[in-house]
Write a protein that binds this ligand. Structure first.
Ligand SMILES: [Zn+2]
Length: 457
């Protein structure tokens, strides 16, 4: 019998910083190497040494391109990792843009801390040289060892373009890592794959304690928020993640504008990263679900509509300031912890005729979280800003499964499961979900802490 050793190196009792190590048959296999974001101690946590030794890792499998799953890869490479990085093709392509884009925030942090930068461009390019892509879901990747083969099978997580769950199988035992799980059904992505005969499950819990009650009505709520703001002559601000959220917003506007359900006003996509990621989405249209592929086939350019203005150049972005018409601004970052959205928030949050639409998870410690918690005054670039704008929080646009659907996801494999490890969520979320899973299926549940090591015989 071979022993599996799993180290919860990151993403334990925390939604970000995903980093799990599997030691098996003499091989060290990492799942994700993400940045800790938003937490009070994120800067020192991101700077920590990799306790397992970066140079000793053989394989790094990446679940998806979000920064909290890829953001420490360049540091891993800088610290001596020489193994193979493996992901789907869109994940590889988007991750490169995401890591390069994070350089701005990292430089700012370094300056603030009077320390050297976490990594540099060169480290990103070095990482890309080690990065292979898997061709398709459900096709196993084999790692040969002296004691037989380990197979790693990618499954569609349905979270964002290219997102993957990994099932590691060795000598008849299966351990699954979910990464982030999609809010199925999604307007663009396929449904989360079913996985079966799993012995140990390591699963996310970002929305472990909440349901997306408004999912069915999300387009209605969105439409009302946009229409009423335009009527008042205000501006609609949408802080949007560059991956998936931006494309879903463009798709929503495409449908609503073209069916004349909302008036035609300027819709600024003020995000160079969002613009580039949208091009990658277009390139990988074949990865979308059948419904949306049918719409594309009928001739609709799904991320484009009358009124859309893309402003990649800084000068074009600044020019938005002189547009006094009612309008919409979609900009990054999605949690308002940097990026161009901050300039627009400083200008429009004090305006009672304007609206801010929050359509995704907001980490503790970010400006977005303060806005969601209805703080009346916030600080942007060191200046006090009053929040008079209307807040519309739409959970249904989330790219994550909600609490009930996370429980349901476990159901399909429950009869076979020996244990569930709940990770990638705030503690209250992880504990709540763990309790629900245990009550529903009587499966043992563990909520590991960062640094915990478990051995499976
Ligand atoms: Zn994610």
């Amino acid at each position: 019998m071979s022993t599996w050793k799993i180290t919860f190196a990151g993403g334990a009792q925390m939604p970000t910083g995903s980093n799990f190590l599997v030691e098996l048959a003499g091989k060290k296999i990492l799942i994700d190497c993400g940045l800790v974001q938003g937490e009070k101690y994120s800067i020192p946590l991101n700077r920590e040494e990799f306790a397992y030794g970066a140079g000793t890792v053989d394989f790094l499998f990446i679940t998806h391109a979000h920064l909290d799953h890829v953001g420490r890869i360049p540091k891993l490479v800088r610290d001596g990792f020489k193994g193979k990085i493996i992901s789907t093709a869109p994940t590889r392509e988007m991750a490169e843009l995401i890591m390069l884009d994070s350089m701005g925030i990292l430089a700012k942090e370094a300056k603030h801390e009077n320390a050297s930068q976490l990594y540099e461009e060169k480290d990103v390019f070095d990482a890309m040289k080690l990065w292979d892509t898997i061709i398709e879901y459900q096709k196993s990747y084999t790692i040969e060892t002296e004691n037989g083969a380990i197979s790693v099978t990618p499954h569609d997580a349905g979270h964002i373009l290219g997102s993957t769950m990994y099932v590691i199988e060795y000598q008849g035992k299966k351990v699954a890592f979910t990464g982030d799980l999609g809010n199925t059904p999604s307007p663009l992505m396929n449904d989360t794959d079913g996985i079966a005969n799993i012995d140990y499950l390591i699963m996310e819990s970002v929305y472990g304690d909440r349901n997306h009650k408004d999912k069915d009505k999300r387009i209605e709520i969105f439409k009302e928020a946009v229409t009423s703001t335009i009527k008042k002559g205000g501006t609609v601000l949408i802080p949007a993640f560059s991956i998936e959220r931006t494309q879903e917003m463009l798709l929503a506007f495409n449908e609503l504008v073209e069916s004349k359900q909302i008036p035609e006003v300027p819709v600024y996509l003020d995000s160079p990263l969002g613009i580039n990621i949208t091009s990658i989405y277009k390139k990988y249209e074949s990865w979308f679900n059948d419904d949306i592929k049918k719409i594309i086939k009928s001739g609709d350019d799904i991320f484009n509509f009358k009124g859309l203005i893309k402003t990649p150049a800084p000068d074009d972005s600044k020019a938005i300031n002189h547009d006094n018409r009612p309008k919409v601004i979609i900009a990054g970052s999605g949690m308002s912890n940097g990026g161009r959205i901050l300039h627009h928030e400083a200008r429009y949050l004090p305006d009672p005729n304007s609206t801010i639409i929050i359509a995704g998870y907001q980490s503790v410690g970010t400006l977005g979280r303060r806005i969601v918690e209805k703080e009346k005054e916030v600080y942007i670039h060191g200046e006090k800003v009053k929040v008079n704008a209307r807040l519309v929080n739409i959970h249904g646009f989330s790219a994550h499964k909600d609490s009930d659907h996370l429980v349901e996801f476990v159901g399909q494999m429950a009869p076979h499961l020996k244990k569930v490890f709940v990770v990638l969520g705030e503690p209250k979320s992880a504990y709540f979900l763990g309790q629900k899973i245990h009550e529903e299926y009587q499966v043992p549940v563990v909520i590991p802490e960062k640094g915990d090591i478990v051995e499976i015989e």
